[in-house]
Design a protein. Structure first.
Ligand code: ADP
Ligand code: ASP
Ligand code: MG
Length: 481
């Protein structure tokens, strides 16, 4: 069986939903489609929640009206008949529930992550109904399924972790019988269900992850991630206009790229595919016949394949004078970061100065003020010196085989030095799949361009025609998204 995930940028209008439905219908059955909300809708839902919490009722009503109008315009494109009436009623129910949930937020004066997850789920739920109805209108039996009944998670609202066993059981009980009836399942991406049944989300961009979780639960033969670019590119095309398609990646390479911020894949997407060895393909709905990127166990070459940049990080250093205290201090640091649900992007230790270095996500953490005082609190029994730098970016150059050549790291650092980019920390990952360098954020774009140019840009590229076609496709994608 095949699982296809259709991203928000590919379902921005009913015309685009129809094109995506045709792509899905062209795949062999059994097949499940995982859908995101139409692009922009998740942000609008979050905006409405914030407006509700701050008492801005006028702003909230206007935001809700924009969401409802967008969905109704799409609904209007469905052919008249009982199926459309039924779909319209179900979408109206979702909009009514949205307003009730926003009223709860307004009363509480607080936009809790629990309510936020319930509210943002509206976008994916509406899209699953629209996509299923579109498939049926084209003559393909289809049924929408809300993933809060399928993807089992913990209760970490906003960034829930999946429960694989519960997901497998629920997928067998709910999704498989629909597939066995010969129908296409259209499941909401992004959302899951906590043990008590409340709706959770897997973090922004989480629909990619939903697709591989469902694929693993159903032992899919392939998971396809359909988006607005013709596969994983050698860099973010918005930052590096010369970026080119990467035809093949090993699981570890794709994982490193996603971990270090390549938005095309949610950071945890690849993990469920690894254990069952399920190939993942990244393809473009704007160019469905392009080969895209195939992610499989083995890496196809020993070249550096892609570079990526992750911004808004905090660089934390903890100097511990007594060697024997090092592991105790490290455990206190990790404990505090874990309690605060802060992602650690990189951790390293230099023994000579007893220095521990951490790169952590800063956006939700309140910056150095908060992190330093929090660490002073948990490290009060140690004689430590804490250093903290904000606005840090990490550059990663990914490619199995290339990254483990010692020369490659020095070449990378040499390029940064030539470009006048200061390096705050650097590391050759133990897995030897990625080389990373932490740099001040203001040098991020310059550093990325220079590294891409050095390792990838100078290689002979595909035909000029192919590149021209890709830039045309990408500019179309930008207009629609
Ligand atoms: P979707 O709505 O389909 O999930 P996203 O916007 O989440 O789409 O992800 C696709 C976008 O990721 C692309 O349009 C591109 O701008 C961005 N991107 C960042 N890094 C890369 C990369 N290395 N390769 C391809 N796309 C990338
Ligand atoms: N709609 C969600 C988001 O915008 C999930 C996704 O698109 O993958 O983050
Ligand atoms: Mg995405």
């Amino acid at each position: 069986m095949i699982v296809l995930k259709i991203g928000g940028t590919s379902v921005g209008s009913l015309e685009r939903v129809r094109e995506a439905a045709a792509i899905a219908a062209a795949q062999p059955a059994p097949r499940a489609v995982v859908v995101s909300a139409a692009s922009g809708v998740t942000n609008l839902l979050l905006e409405a929640g914030r407006q509700a919490a701050s008492g801005d009722r006028g702003g909230m009503s206007a935001t809700v009206a924009t969401i409802v109008e967008k969905h109704e315009t799409m609904l209007d494109g469905l052919p008249n008949g009982p199926d459309r009436t039924d779909t319209a009623n179900r979408i109206e129910d979702l909009h009514t529930a949205l307003e009730l949930n926003l009223a709860d937020v307004a009363v509480a004066g607080d936009f809790s992550t629990r309510l936020s997850d319930r509210i943002v789920a509206t976008g994916e739920k509406v899209m699953s109904l629209l996509m299923a109805a579109t498939l049926r209108a084209a003559g393909h039996p289809a049924e929408a399924v809300f993933a809060d009944r399928v993807i089992g998670t913990d209760s970490r609202f906003g960034s829930a972790r999946p429960d694989r066993d519960r997901t497998r059981e629920q997928a067998d009980a709910i999704v498989r019988p629909i597939l066995d009836e010969g129908k296409t399942v259209v499941m909401t991406g992004f959302i899951g269900g906590a043990p008590d049944g409340s709706t959770t989300t897997l973090g922004r961009g989480g629909s990619d992850y939903s697709a591989t979780l469902l694929g693993a639960a159903l032992h899919a033969d392939e998971v396809q991630i359909w988006t607005d670019v013709p596969g994983v590119l050698s860099a973010d095309p918005r930052l590096v206009p010369d970026a080119r398609e990467v035809p093949q990646l090993g699981f570890e390479e794709a994982q490193e790229l996603a971990h270090f911020g390549a938005k095309v894949l949610h950071p945890r997407t690849i993990r469920p595919a690894v254990a069952l060895d399920i190939p993942v393909r990244i393809l473009s709905t704007f160019a469905p016949h392009e080969p895209g990127t195939r992610v499989t166990r083995e890496s196809s070459s020993d070249e550096l394949k892609a570079v990526t940049i992750m911004k808004d990080l905090i660089l934390l250093t903890v100097d511990v004078p007594e060697l024997e205290d090092l592991s105790g201090a490290a455990s206190a640091v990790f404990g505090a970061l874990y309690e605060d649900r802060t992602e650690v992007v990189l951790a390293a230790q230099a023994s000579s100065r007893r220095r521990m270095t951490y790169l952590i996500e800063g956006a939700n953490y309140g910056g150095c003020n908060r992190v330093s005082s929090r660490l002073e609190e948990v490290l009060c029994d140690y004689e430590v010196e804490i250093g903290c730098t904000e606005d840090v970016a990490v550059l990663a150059a990914v490619g199995q085989g290339a990254a483990d050549q010692t020369r490659a790291l020095s070449r990378m650092l040499g390029v940064l030095q030539r470009e006048g980019v200061p390096v705050l920390a650097s590391n050759q990952q133990v897995s030897n799949v990625a080389m990373v360098a932490a740099i001040p954020q203001r040098f991020a774009d310059r550093g990325l361009l220079a590294i891409h140019d050095e390792f990838i840009g100078s290689r002979p590229s595909g035909s000029k025609l192919r590149r021209q076609r890709r830039s045309r496709l990408m500019s179309e994608a930008v207009q629609v998204g």
